[in-house]
Design a protein around this ligand. Structure first.
Ligand SMILES: C[S@@+](CC[C@H](N)C(=O)[O-])C[C@H]1O[C@@H](n2cnc3c(N)ncnc32)[C@H](O)[C@@H]1O
Length: 258
């Protein structure tokens, strides 16, 4: 898959995340489910970005490390959270961490969706290795049951860089169309997932989409137990439900019991 790392490293992208703070409803719902079982346990926060989740997760445990492959994200996060262990690292290689080191691994806000299928499976295997036998993985992923909008949708013209004037918004819309036309040939549709150039950051990324049932099956093949899933309102998604009104879905899974 076309590499998203340089797109995530663009300084303007980091700026867009600077003001996000606190946990989202599905993250709260998932953490409420594990409750005390992760209290004071080591936490790995992958794709930490500018540190939206850092304070909330450090309230659960001060044994916390955040990692991100974008230097700009790491710099911004360190400024926001001085003294906290924040490292520049690609989650495709977690070899610096020993086996079963963490009680909780978080990969929030769809960070896992910006590598291709083989790398996603490699990351899940690496996470399974660094997770304690009674540890938990919490992450979100784009929902394939939701229809993806294309850049020529006029509604996107209103949305692109909203604080800007009309002329710049129009220019942004045209940039989005140009980006999409150059990335569209790299889109893929596979039986259990798709790689899509969606409107995230004005069509900068190739993004992995998967439906809830396929994600649950993928987790089980990677050595995890049955996953709980939550929509964007924090409502639990039952077996057979597709959550077609939820642009992305949060998953909470423990390791499969031997
Ligand atoms: C949508 S942002 C989420 C940031 C933050 N976790 C939040 O919830 O606000 C996704 C983050 O994942 C990071 N990321 C994506 N793939 C990664 C990888 N393979 N290794 C480390 N970080 C990655 C990106 O650099 C970006 O900062």
């Amino acid at each position: 898959m076309r590499d998203n790392r340089s797109a995530w490293s663009a300084p303007r992208v980091a700026q867009n995340y600077l003001h996000d703070e606190g946990l989202q409803a599905p993250e709260k719902a998932a953490l409420a489910l594990v409750g005390d079982r992760v209290h004071n346990r080591p936490i790995l926060d992958i794709g930490v970005g500018t540190g939206r989740t850092t304070a909330a997760l450090r309230a659960i445990s001060s044994d916390y490390v955040g990692v991100d492959f974008s230097a700009d994200m790491v710099d911004a996060c360190r400024i926001r959270h001085p003294g906290v262990d924040i490292r520049q690292m690609d989650a495709r290689d977690l070899s610096v961490f020993p086996d079963r080191r963490f009680g909780l691994v978080v990969f929030a806000y769809n960070g896992i969706d910006y590598v291709g299928h083989a790398d996603r499976l490699r990351m899940l295997a690496g996470i399974e290795r660094v997770l304690a036998d009674d540890g938990w993985l919490l992450f979100s992923s784009h929902n394939r049951a939701v229809r993806v909008r294309r850049p020529w949708a006029l509604s996107l013209l209103r949305q692109v860089n909203p604080p800007m004037g009309k002329a710049r918004r129009l220019a942004g819309w045209l940039v989005g169309i140009a980006r999409h036309l150059s990335r569209r040939p790299f889109e893929q549709a596979r039986p259990d997932h798709a790689i899509v150039n969606d409107d995230g950051e004005n069509f900068r990324f190739m993004t992995y989409y998967i439906d809830v049932a396929s994600q649950r099956a993928q987790l089980e093949r990677a050595g995890f137990g049955p996953a709980a899933a939550f929509d964007l309102h924090g409502r639990a998604i039952g077996p057979g439900e597709t959550a077609a009104d939820s642009a992305w879905v949060y998953y909470l899974a423990g390791k499969a019991r031997a």
